[in-house]
Design a protein around this ligand. Sequence first.
Ligand code: 8YV
Length: 318
Amino acid sequence: MHEALILVDVPLAPFIEELFAPDCRSGPWSLLEEGTNGALQEVEGLFLYGHPIIDGPFMDRLPNLKVISNFGVGIDHVDLAAAEARGIPVGNTPGAVEGATADMAMALLLACARNVVAGDRYARGPDFHYYDPSLFLGREVHGSTLGIVGLGNIGREVARRARGFDMRILYHSRHRKPKAESELGVEYASLRGLLEQAHFVTLNVPMTPETRHLIGEEQLAWMRSDGILVNVARGGVVDHAALYRALAGRRIAGAAIDVTEPEPLARDHPLLQLNNLVITPHLGSAGSRTRLRMAQMTMDNICAGLQGKRLPYAVRLS
Ligand code: 8YV
């Protein structure tokens, strides 16, 4: 039986391995460095877990590549125009990650607002001898103002959750969204107006040339001094050097980030030394149901692509 070789960019988790179609075998990314031309010719699919850059020259090294299937919705690392020019379909996992990623935005927001991480360390440590009502005073989330930057599928899910916390919700996006405004009770604001008013700012934009360093020195200066920035989008949306300066100088109160650029950051990166930063290792979609659904969709795209069929979850050039 012909077994299609699918390259995977990081070792496959066992629950994903189980879903691999019987007529597919996975191969390690190292084949790209070590493999002979013959071995590269065997590659028919890419199963992308992390965010390796897949551009035209990369695709040209794999002359029999039939499908690129991304485990996740953000597809900024794949050159879609180059894939289209070569007739290689690209798939992702729309609809699978939005709820879990919005959950994570709220988890980070709450953790940062209410000192959950520092409180956890203290409660386990040697200094906790008696209850002190003046310790770890945070900001109440309920009744505060939330600013959502990017009211796409994830941003809307964040808004739904924030309503349960009785928050006033501002949003900023390229275009005003009157339907969402009435459905979700959100108010449009300019980016500056949003940053100046919101106690919490969540970033929910895709990574594009326009959103690179959308939040830099100037935008951080617009934020309230008691403001908290939450990033569950892509690390590149925030200028890390500017964020470091804003946090270290207490220009803003805190930040909670699930994504960085690069990912992971160098272990001695100065951001990692700050105690007003909460950081997690890109856990946005890391719910077990969500990850299973993502794996199924990624494999469904692979199977369709190998058979020359339309991908069930195809990414289209916009
Ligand atoms: C994935 C994500 O975990 O869907 C996305 O865009 O960033 C995450 O949900 C990630 O893509 C897998 O590396």
